[in-house]
Design a protein around this ligand. Sequence first.
Ligand code: DPP
Ligand code: ZN
Length: 844
Amino acid sequence: PQALYLADYTPPAWLVDRVELTFRLHPSATRVVSRIAFRPNPETANRRFFLHGEDLTLISAAIDGTPVTPDITPEGLVCDVPDSPFTWEAEVEIAPEGNTALEGLYMSNGMYCTQCEAEGFRKITYYPDRPDVMAPFRVRIESDLPVLLSNGNPVGQGEGWAEWDDPWPKPAYLFALVAGELVATSDTFTTCEGRKVELNIWVRPADQGKADYALDSLIRSMRWDEEFYGRAYDLDVFNIVAVDDFNMGAMENKGLNIFNSRYVLASPETATDRDYENIERIIAHEYFHNWTGNRITCRDWFQLCLKEGLTVFRDQQFAGDARSHAVKRIEDVITLRARQFREDNGPLAHPVRPESYTEINNFYTATVYEKGAELIGMLRRLVGPEGYDKALTLYFDRHDGQAATIEDWLKVFEDATGRDLSQFSRWYSQAGTPRLKVTDDFKDGTYTLNVEQQTPPTPGQPEKAPQVIPLAVGLLSPNGDEVVPTTVLEVTEAAQSFRFDGLGARPIPSLLRGFSAPVILERDTNAEERAFLLAHDTDPFNKWEAGRALARDVLVAMVTQGAAPAPAYLDALAAMVRDEALDPAFRALALGLPGEDQLAEDLHARGITPDPLAIHTARERLKSAVATHLCPLWVPLYDQMTCPGPYSPGAADAGRRALRLAALAHMARLDQGTKARAHFAQANNMTDELGALSILIEIGAGEEELDRFAKRWGKDRLVMDKWFALQTSLAAPDRAVSRTSSLTEHPDFHWKNPNRFRAVIGGFTMNAAGFHDPSGAGYDLVADWLIRLDAVNPQTAARMSTAFETWTRYDADRQARMRAALERIAGRDGLSRDMGEMVGRLLA
Ligand code: DPP
Ligand code: ZN
């Protein structure tokens, strides 16, 4: 397989004016008849007629009614065509029932559904399957199934058929079709433009009643996008369908979003607060794509961040508005560091806009999504909220209906604000996480911050130029008052100084407030300063960050020197937990410790080879020390943080439940889980039930409760995913491999279902000390399963190979074992293009 390069982009030779498709659905022999109006692209001289197509059986083809015999290749077909507009007609046969890769048209529990992003449409019919070819689609579906859906508006239906028309030109990756026995939860929404829109969330009959929260989230998203971006919905119906077998989280197909059922279905008994939050966020995300993704799409797949970074940024804004901006920011940064910084610091590092790929499925990454969203946040910080709003308005005006590029995106900001963004554009082309080294001086009332930036080499990019980094800072006086409120310094040079005059005493700096740029801040400081900021910082992110840094330093000292947990940390934590002025959700977050993988990364960054078992042990010791040291606080906190009234998934109650469970987790270390068992037995919602169960598992108890849980929920696939994931991710290090192996033999381990595979194997890869078992058995187990899954579902298998992306951090023995596991995968015959590219990059 060959790599593709951004630099090689050429416009399409042929454009499409209209697409008409007829589907005669059959599990093993679906016929797809296409009628496509082509015209030469006036902007190119190239007239070669190539249509993508994979795994299709061509039954017939004709041009303007005359049969033709194209040349078929594994990637598609070429055909002699006139040098003027013509109509292409073709009939192909496909077998959705045998489609285990879940790309194109496939079947899930008896229903037909599609996934076309990025390149699935070519498995449905011959077509120029590239996002810069946009056309209106009309679709006829013939099937005996009762519910037949496609994009756009319904234009007719009868016994065994339905027709849909989508007037908005779209690329093929936004095509969708669903057919099945489904029931809808419905409402209507009237847009600010006066359009009355029918909203339906379609689920299998057994799941009826679990779509209310998704529907509510959809309505709030529609309203929010009108209010904050001036974007109204543009069709008469908006359909969402929940599907059990799905590679991604969800898909923004025009007017017909298809969702992994875990991001639609919820009831208090079966879904946790986290599930509700995810549903809200992902419903919003896919809805927001209607403008940032669908109306304005990407010219080519190198521009993926154009729609994904922006849409993630928008869903983060929405969730912050709906919940708490401070808590949301902290959660987003935890995820960014855990996934994107990890990616950026390993062999898979790539720019937010990659310059080459072999399989685009491998680039739906934390870098494209989460770092892509950070770049939007930085832009907004640099040009200010009004500048941002002006630029976005221009973006929608100028590019509506187009397939655009990052250059187009930056140009609207330049045109709307007059700012030169040539240096900013490096954020899109340079991989790696910049290190920001900050030192300070104070003399005669002048405080100086000296800032140096440096970005380490990444694959293919040995040298980096300085980037523009918005560094938000505030200064506090020694008595805790804020003497300089938040100010954004623009770091543009490799080394630069910033002065603050007229200060009475040496201030304490609060740096990178709100995490104003996706960088690693390096500053020599001490526990007193961190404890001071934890107590006094007015910036909630940095308040949390100070506590997190304290915890990290304590853990590093415990791992490397066998030190006892520092009292300064424990005292600061106690003061924070007692502070009733703080949001319970914030306090719950502040009680959390950095994850084991994060600590391994931190140690590695300090030149220390991480030992996963030592990290695990230290973290457990610290949790127990916190439990003991803050002992008098837990029971009162637990008693105080109840939620009166019926279950509500809103931020206020969710925060109280989170803090209550945090208290319970510490109590369990003092009472051997007595209270947690009672909590489990009395739980009337999944947050409490699962929370108590995981607390028990973490202290090495909970076997009985696991059985009870399985008896109770055995028939609920989404709940059972949690049951599987809990065991593999939380098993004690010496038992994780055997536990995971035995769960792979469980009759309900339906490994071809991506959610279940991710629960069991993905859950295990999150268990750092288990996965990195010194014997290498964890690596072998994962490699075996990746090989097996790759043969049926390359996309999901390749995605999970990222479990190995940290291999260079570890000791020689572990490195050798991980390399061997990867080489074993690489050596398999018939490896997918997806997996081939991933292991190739991992081993390079
Ligand atoms: N469905 C995926 C997302 O929304 C890819 N577009 O991010
Ligand atoms: Zn998206």
